[in-house]
Write a new protein. Structure first.
Length: 121
């Protein structure tokens, strides 16, 4: 099983991938809605993000109630098992508005985990 630190690094990497896709294709919702490759790239990163979140320890998730854990995991379930129900407008909102916030939160969590490993917490 992968540890929280490794999973948080994976989560941040998926946030970075989403940022890269938006930079590459453009921060334009119409482009997103009309480009299947753009959609698939963002959705895949969101699924991976949700899978990593789903595998975090209860200890870590309990320590950070400010994060919408059920919402993240719920989106992953929809992507993986009910993909035909995806609302691309909501996916766009999540990618552009929510993922930068999540990235900041998980970078702070990674800093905490790194500090605890070095004995600074």
């Amino acid at each position: 099983m992968r540890d929280d630190r490794t999973l948080v690094k994976d989560i941040i990497e998926q946030c970075n991938w989403i940022e890269d896709h938006i930079r590459f294709y453009g921060e334009n919702m119409e482009t997103f809605l009309s480009n299947r490759r753009y959609q698939d790239n963002v959705v895949l990163s969101l699924e991976r993000f949700g899978e990593a979140v789903n595998n975090l320890s209860v200890k870590l998730t309990t320590k950070h109630p400010e994060i919408d854990w059920p919402g993240i995991v719920g989106l992953r379930i929809i992507i993986a098992h009910h993909y035909w129900k995806l609302d691309l407008n909501q996916i766009w909102h999540t990618a552009v508005e929510e993922m930068p916030v999540f990235k900041n939160q998980f970078e702070a969590i990674l800093d905490e985990l790194n500090a605890s490993m070095s004995g600074n917490i």
